[in-house]
Design a protein around this ligand. Structure first.
Ligand code: F6P
Length: 363
């Protein structure tokens, strides 16, 4: 008979986002009922490699439901299979998985709940192959994990974008300007698409649909002819014009994904001003989208994910990730979860509805 699960490790990997604490709470509160203890691992996989952790009990998670960030700390640089070390002034990459196995055994863990996005799930999958019992919980404002209908954190980010667009609307219309809002999302356009629709953007530019500059200018002229002397453009950080490359801030080999995106908003604003003659401004929302209190939707989703993942552990469902399917949380294999990125498709209802209310994708 399989060994009973008595002790669970929990970590938060990758970029922080609203709802992480709600998941930690959702894992820790029911643990007692399962006769389990919970060990919180600090700073994502970094703490797992370096052996940094603390016990979590009811008191530690009380009052954290509405708090942004993560009480455990997080990092997008702690991949145990790709661990950068400085030697003789040069950065070399080492494999530190043996540290992970050693700590997992020393802490007497029976399972590990890894809360994170695409990068965290890839590492979780590899740790499973090393014999660790890993369960995944899908986090990311980007909403780009294909095996779940929604990741937690996305709704909170969309709320920020929508509110920002509402606020910028008034300046854009009072000053007859174009305002470009750059949002996050990496290689997926979900934040721009959902935030743009919710905030009434006139143009939404996303990585999945390379845009034509002429179509972008045409939309602004079209609105001008209709007497609408302002426009709001919501551009995803990964969006690119036809034949052009994504705009990068830097390449950092210490990160799980070395590419740091950013800067496209400025490029779009400059081109619009130059080619339409309209005064144009840019606002980069950046980490505002990852901060603050989770929306009620994210609090509920995160709590469900947390409680469900500890149930999965009790049933020995390892190598699985909690996933929203319709209105129910189910489980899928982590391998399935990382097989493909979830990207916006052109022939979907959301895109056609956006077009039907006059939004241009520059295509
Ligand atoms: O994956 C979440 C995310 O916020 C992306 O949307 C963005 O590209 C990236 O993380 C930013 O990472 P960092 O905070 O490390 O700059």
């Amino acid at each position: 008979m399989a060994k009973e699960v008595r002790r669970i490790g929990v970590l938060t990997g990758g970029g922080d986002c609203p709802g992480l604490n709600a998941v930690i709470r959702g894992v820790t509160k029911p643990a007692q009922d399962y006769g389990m203890s919970v060990l919180g691992i600090m700073d994502g996989f970094e703490g797992l490699v370096e052996g940094r952790a603390k016990e979590l009990n009811d008191e530690d998670v009380s009052g954290i439901l509405s708090r942004g960030g993560t009480i455990l700390g997080s990092s997008n640089k702690g991949d145990p299979f790709h661990w950068p070390v400085k030697k003789d002034g040069k950065i070399i990459i080492e494999n530190r998985v043996q540290n992970v196995v050693k700590n997992y055994e020393a802490w007497e863990l029976d399972a590990l709940i890894a809360i994170g996005g695409d990068g965290t799930m890839h590492i979780s999958q590899e740790l499973g192959a090393e014999g660790l019992n890993v369960i995944g919980v899908p986090k990311t404002i980007d909403n780009d994990l294909s095996a779940t209908d929604q990741t937690f954190g996305h709704d909170s980010a969309v709320f920020v974008v929508s509110e920002a667009l509402d606020r910028l609307h008034t300046t854009a219309s009072s000053h007859h300007r174009v305002i470009v809002v750059e949002v996050m999302g990496r290689y997926a356009g979900w934040i721009a698409l959902h935030g743009g629709i919710a905030g009434g953007a006139d143009i939404i530019l996303i990585p999945e649909f390379p845009y034509s500059w002429d179509k972008v200018y045409e939309q602004i002229h079209k609105r001008e002819l209709m007497g609408k002397k302002f426009s709001l453009v919501c551009v995803a950080e990964g969006a690119k014009a036809i034949g052009e490359k994504m705009v990068l801030k830097e390449n950092d080999i210490k990160r799980t994904d070395p590419k740091r995106l950013g800067g496209v908003g400025e490029v779009v604003a400059c081109n619009i001003e130059e080619n339409t003659g309209k005064e144009t401004r840019v606002t980069v929302l950046g980490h505002l989208q990852r901060g603050g209190s989770p929306t009620p939707y994210d609090r509920i989703l995160s709590t469900k994910y947390g409680a469900y993942s500890i149930e999965l552990a009790s049933k020995h469902k390892f190598g699985r990730m909690a996933a929203l399917k319709g209105s129910e949380i189910k489980h899928v294999s982590i391998a399935e979860a990382i097989a493909n990125l979830k990207l916006v498709q052109e022939d979907t209802q959301t895109v056609s509805v956006a077009k039907s209310v006059g939004i241009s994708f520059g295509i």
